[in-house]
Design a protein around this ligand. Structure first.
Ligand code: SF4
Length: 291
């Protein structure tokens, strides 16, 4: 169900830019996500989002707030989209705010990093090309290259084959794109065939980077939902999790070291970076030119 809400503030300021994405601000135009990934961390109690899979709350005053907040920012640091929900959910016509928000960001000249599992990102190709003159990077989260497996664990999102096709189109238009290869689900996705297929398809479709994590998080409501889904989709696997991880939050796959070795070798072979090429402010870029 779509519900409208009013937000007080839109951009969350990140005091210490994270080393993975280098973000200065974080932006969520919605609460809740209709992609319904079985492992989603946003179900955790700490985020206090009720009916996470059922309702999408749309911050209807977001565009007005964004204009006001960007006008007052002294530092044009990267804005992140996609941390708590997918910015390109398949919402009914007229409901999505993402295209309008990106147009405002382009007007103000801010850099952007987007995480998505949706091929709908291509609808904003022209705006992303405008932002890309400053900096835009689109990371497709891909946890499996197998469309049939993705249909079980990420039922509402575009299939991996569609994400790879969208990646190819973005790269062909000069927009930096790559993969956030996380989570890798223990006992389901942590095999050499899957890691090899993701890297090889990323390489074939224009990815310039893949950011890996061979593991997943599990806590409170997220764990409860995930275990229910395991029982329904992969009988017997929940018991393996309970034995391996107990109540642990951070759950690396049992064969992580071997998979990282394989992953790094494949990325080297295909000349793919294993970190996101971060936004460089203009002064730094100019200095680079003068060296
Ligand atoms: S797309 Fe991201 S936010 Fe949405 S359900 Fe999946 S993991 Fe959660």
């Amino acid at each position: 169900m779509i519900k409208e809400i009013q937000a007080k503030v839109l951009l969350a300021h990140i005091k210490q830019p994270d080393s993975w994405f280098g973000l200065k601000y974080n932006m969520n135009l919605y609460n809740g996500c209709c992609h319904r990934c079985v492992y989603c961390d946003s179900r955790s109690e700490c985020y206090q989002i009720e009916n996470f899979d059922r309702d999408v709350l749309v911050k209807v005053n977001a565009i007005e707030l964004l204009r006001k907040e960007l006008a007052s920012k002294r530092i044009k640091g990267p804005i992140g989209l996609g941390s708590m929900n997918d910015p390109f959910m398949p919402l009914p016509p007229g409901v999505s705010l993402t295209g309008q928000a990106l147009a405002v960001i382009a007007d103000f000249g801010f850099p952007v990093h987007i995480i998505t599992k949706s091929a709908l990102v291509l609808e904003e190709l022209e705006t992303l090309q405008r932002i890309s003159k400053v900096y835009a990077s689109i990371s497709f989260t891909i946890t499996t290259a197998d469309d049939a497996l993705a249909a079980k664990i990420e039922p509402g999102s575009s299939r991996p084959s569609a994400r790879f096709a969208a990646m190819k189109a973005l790269a062909a238009h000069g927009i930096q794109t790559g993969v956030t290869m996380m989570p890798i689900l223990p006992f389901i996705e942590d095999n050499e065939e899957n890691i090899t297929a993701i890297v090889e398809q990323a390489a074939a479709n224009g990815a310039s980077y893949i950011i890996p994590w061979m593991g997943m998080t599990l806590r409170d409501r997220q764990r409860t939902y995930y275990y229910e889904q395991l029982d329904a989709l992969f009988p017997g696997v929940r018991e393996k999790y309970e034995r391996a991880y107990g109540g642990r939050y951070s759950c690396d796959v049992p064969n992580a070291a071997r998979l990282y070795t394989l992953f790094n070798a494949l990325c080297e072979k295909h000349r793919i970076a294993t970190r996101l090429p971060l936004y460089q402010p203009l002064t730094v870029r100019q200095l680079g030119l003068w060296r």
